[in-house]
Design a protein around this ligand. Structure first.
Ligand SMILES: [Zn+2]
Length: 361
């Protein structure tokens, strides 16, 4: 690489390529959503229902291109597009593969729109993608949206699929109180225990958030071989709370949960939160580097050695992924950035119009 010393690239351990067009001005609900379930219903679950193949492709290419330019060399995506399930992971994989992003992809199965049939289709998409394994830079996982939007049967099927294919689970875990309350109403101590009971807490699994887990639960998840992913900007934006108990484990990585993949911005939110919550000086910023360990569990130890960046001051000027030059002199080599941006702007207009036209969920 160039004269400046190469350093490890950032691995974004939990994000959503489907929200890549949000920076173009997501249509806002008529009044501010009062709580997390309302934020999901009026914003993110409207966005995912409005996605089709074309808007998803534009969203993924825009997100991935800018993530690479910001020094992200790998990402763990959690995908949902209920009107376009079959083949959706190929759209994301093609975007990552073409632009040179290492990625671990899953479809987040859920019953929130179409019941068990919807969940079966989501898991089938994971199965299809995991078995095809067509691209050197891309791997698959089994996805579940969250405990509170799936039945015991879907949880058990997801666990069985992991064992059959040697895969891991990627799921939102205790992001908001609603996930804990739901699991308790179903007779479990919490969503983590519900996952365990269903045989779906397979080693290596990725639990996004864990805001409402306690230290005992965090340690138990950790000793079961699971990862937790802290997403401080998203947690602030959604006002779900501070993920205090994550400090009880070293198996915690950093994710941006759909926010632009800029490590420095996520780290700033982490440091501000740690200072505000009395957890400064506890080494939480080490989470920014742990995504590489998380991703290496899917790609093999040493597989990420060629995923490096170079900087001039704070600016990322060079990016290599798997030894392939992706960015030089701050410019993307693997795609036409102006065309990607123009496609994204045009797709955002279509997507936002579809969102406005959707009936309430
Ligand atoms: Zn998420």
């Amino acid at each position: 690489m160039s004269a400046a010393a190469a350093q490890p690239g950032f691995v974004n351990a939990h994000t959503h390529l489907y929200s890549g067009l949000a920076p173009f001005g997501l249509p806002q609900p008529p009044s501010p959503p009062p709580d997390f379930p309302a934020i999901l219903r009026t914003l993110w679950w409207r966005l995912d229902r409005a996605l089709d193949e074309g808007t998803l492709r534009a969203s993924a290419r825009y997100y991935v291109a800018h993530a690479l330019l910001s020094g992200t060399t790998g990402l763990v995506d959690h995908h949902e597009s209920p009107a376009f399930i079959e083949g959706s992971l190929d759209v994301l994989a093609d975007a990552c593969d073409a632009l040179g992003m290492r990625a671990l992809l899953c479809y987040g199965a859920s019953e929130r729109n179409g019941g068990r049939e919807e969940a079966r289709r989501g898991l089938a998409e994971c199965r299809r993608f995991l078995r095809a394994r067509q691209r050197a830079l891309v791997r698959g996982a089994v996805g579940l949206h969250a405990s509170f939007t799936v039945s015991d049967e879907t949880l058990a099927e997801a666990g069985a699929l992991c064992r059959e294919l040697g895969a891991i689970i990627h799921i939102h875990m205790a992001e908001d109180r609603v996930d804990v309350d739901d699991a308790r109403a179903r007779g479990y101590a919490g969503p983590l225990e519900r996952l365990e009971d269903a045989g779906a807490l397979v080693p290596g699994s990725i639990l996004a958030h864990g805001v409402h887990l306690d230290e005992v639960q965090v340690r138990r998840a950790s000793s079961a071989g699971a990862w937790l992913v802290h997403n401080p900007r998203s947690n602030d934006n959604n006002r779900v709370g501070w993920a205090r108990a994550l400090a009880a484990s070293a198996r915690v990585a950093l994710g941006t949960d759909g926010c632009p993949s800029v490590a420095g911005e996520e780290l700033a939110a982490l440091e501000a939160g740690a200072a505000r919550e009395g957890q400064a000086g506890q080494g939480l910023e080490a989470r920014a580097g742990r995504g590489r360990e998380l991703l290496a569990e899917s790609f093999g130890q040493g597989a990420l050695e060629g995923d490096v960046i170079t900087k001039e001051g704070a600016r990322v000027v060079g990016v290599d992924v798997g030894g392939r030059p992706v960015v030089r002199e701050g410019r993307l080599l693997t795609g036409d950035l102006a065309a990607i941006d123009a496609d994204a702007r045009e797709a955002a207009t279509r997507l936002f119009q579809r969102m406005r036209e959707l009936p309430p969920s």
